[in-house]
Design a protein around this ligand. Sequence first.
Ligand code: NI
Length: 387
Amino acid sequence: MSFKLGEIEQALGSQLIDVRRNLHQEPELSYEEFKTTEKLRKWLTDANIRMLDLPLQTGLIAEIGQGAGPIAAIRCDIDALPIEEQTGLPFASEVPGKMHACGHDFHTAVILGAAYLLKAREDELPGRVRVLFQPAEETGHGAESVLASGGLEDVAAIFGLHNSPEMPAGSFGTRTGALTAGVDRFEITVKGIGAHAATPENGVDAIVTAAQIITALQTIVSRQNKAGEPVVLSVTRINGGFTWNVLPEMVELEGTVRTYNEEIRRIIPEKMTRIIEGIAAAAGAEASLHWYPGPPATINDGYWADFTKEIAKQSGYEVHDIAPQMGGEDFSLYLQKIPGAFVNIGTGPAYALHHPRFDVDETALLPAAKYFALLAEQALVKLKEEG
Ligand code: NI
């Protein structure tokens, strides 16, 4: 099969909408993206695009271009969420309890479209483009498997996208430095001594102790942290007790800490432990912190962030410098190893990400595909100039 650019672009818009809807109807959760990967293999094979042979169970990396020139990468994520869709769309999820509620179906269609466009210009490319369809972004571990697979070796610049329901189609946003936060999860166990509710003096009240811990943890943000360095500490779950007249022995808490600063991120568990253990000791209880590190903050390289904006302007986007967000994104792991930038593509107005009525403006699809094809090609040109 061979392509001419004009012919492709004409049909590409509606083809990408079909791709996005097809993926939307059959959402798959993190590391379960087997059908999605199969579909991608077929679509890429039909377009005569080669794929790398990598030890990835789900997700894949294609490659376009040849020769010893530089290598750039463009990345999308392909997984869905455990959410029951409520959009009522004709192409709504056919899988109960699963939904593309973060728009990764949109991302996948965009990057597939970019791959088609790059394939049409394969002979002109001054290097190679790795086209990464990443699994398991939502769990924060997909990027680790991709890095471990070796599929990004020798990549000199990497770019990724997220749709933004807060910006209309036709808008583009990014920034130099932190764009999304480091996202860590914690669990706290508070162990007291159970007692009859009428005689608390015979026990150690885990509930009152947990309540004090919850309140005191906020002083890390308000009293122990520099005001100019944003930190969010949220306790999101409390479990303890069975009935009205018994003080339980145990209370469990769970939550998350978000920050852009790696150093703060490292010291927060120590500060939390001091508060947790101190309050527990004062009450005669025992308490401990369990820490589950997630992806670090997404830190955009200044040079490449400016470059993505420049190409966006050339592509007719309304370009914004956006504020950093406290959400997480495991693209950050690539940026720790490879310079590049993560950008937001307007697809709103719509319900928020992860909302059961979330949707995207599909008119944003083709322009975003064209943008990523141009971005990858121009990045190769730049990389080659720099030698
Ligand atoms: Ni997402």
